[in-house]
Design a protein around this ligand. Structure first.
Ligand SMILES: [Zn+2]
Length: 93
């Protein structure tokens, strides 16, 4: 699965207490036109990534107001991904 394929199926479920998604590598992602960014992660559960989605967006917006206009969500990547979130890379989250 490519990242673009993963981003086509964001938010594997509605999240919250009803989440039954299995463990994986979940990321807070955002899409800006044709560009995508893995902003935070990986997190082991969908719920954890979902819980940090707003925080990641707030942090991004404080550094770049354009983040407000991007499409934010959660995606899950294959277990063997070695990617880490942009905010994690810079110790911002
Ligand atoms: Zn879920």
């Amino acid at each position: 699965m490519t990242i673009h394929e993963a981003l086509k199926n964001p938010n594997p479920c509605a999240g919250g207490a009803a989440c039954t998604c299995g463990p994986g590598k979940y990321f807070v992602s955002c899409i800006d036109g044709d560009e995508y960014y893995l902003m935070a992660g990986p997190y082991a559960t969908h719920q954890e990534a979902q819980r940090l989605r707003r925080k990641a967006q707030d942090i991004a917006e404080s550094h770049d107001p354009r983040a407000f206009w991007m499409a934010w969500g959660v995606c899950v990547l294959p277990d063997d991904t070695t990617r880490i979130g942009v905010l994690n890379k810079f110790n911002l989250i």
